[in-house]
Design a protein around this ligand. Structure first.
Ligand SMILES: Nc1nc2c(ncn2[C@@H]2O[C@H](COP(=O)(O)OP(=O)(O)OP(=O)(O)O)[C@@H](O)[C@H]2O)c(=O)[nH]1
Length: 193
């Protein structure tokens, strides 16, 4: 449903109704919270939706091409099934083309933040990051590994304190098809555990 069909005011009103209904049923909120919690939730979603746009600064590779790794980027997302947080790390490996693009390193983090900042499934987030980097950098090879702890499995349901979901996705230029297995092994070795 688009924003024109379901406007910002209606969204705020429905959050207010949710908080009031939860209070009716469970008696959870005091007066200050009934007044201000809907506004805070609304502004969280606004801030989250707006986070992310940036200029993807790139440079030209001058030396010989070799694998670039940025590992253990912290991310926060939310599962689209329960709207509960997912937190974890993203590791990125890419191989630029000869004299091709290299990313300003912070832009790899900004790419993760941009894509993480919405409710989603981890598998889809992983492949979306790969697609975004592939489209922006036009590399020979890109691989992303995501390790996520899902609050929906920690504070409810199966109650797993330590389970970590690991997902990976890769994309490559057809010219390196025969080398993909060794590129993947090199990326995984450099990223490590
Ligand atoms: N690839 C690469 N990038 C670097 C290195 N040192 C700094 N950078 C990046 O160079 C980029 C410069 O991009 P700009 O957009 O001009 O700088 P900025 O506005 O300060 O970027 P942010 O750090 O994203 O706020 C940033 O992404 C830096 O992280 C490096 O050794 N290698």
């Amino acid at each position: 449903m688009s924003e024109t069909e379901y406007g910002e005011d209606e969204l705020r009103d429905s959050i207010k109704r949710l908080i009031y209904n939860l209070h009716e049923k469970y008696g959870w909120f005091n007066d200050e919270e009934l007044e201000n919690t809907p506004r805070r939730i609304d502004s969280f979603f606004r801030e989250w939706r707006q986070s992310g746009d940036f200029n993807f600064t790139k440079f030209r590779l001058e030396g010989k091409e070799s694998m670039v790794i940025l590992k253990d980027i912290t991310f926060y997302s939310m599962c689209s099934h329960h709207l509960l947080p997912i937190e974890g790390t993203v590791s990125i490996a890419y191989l630029p083309k000869p004299a091709g693009y290299i990313a300003g390193v912070s832009k790899l983090v900004r790419s993760v933040n941009k894509i993480a900042s919405k409710p989603q499934l981890q598998e889809n987030m992983t492949s979306e990051i790969v697609d975004f980097l592939y489209n922006n950098l036009d590399p020979l090879f890109v691989m992303v590994i995501v390790k996520g702890k899902h609050m929906c499995m920690m504070m409810r349901g199966v109650k797993q304190e330590n389970a970590v979901m690991v997902t990976s996705s890769l994309k490559y230029n057809p010219s390196v098809k025969k080398a993909v297995r060794s590129l993947k092994a090199e990326a995984m070795k450099m990223i490590g555990d």
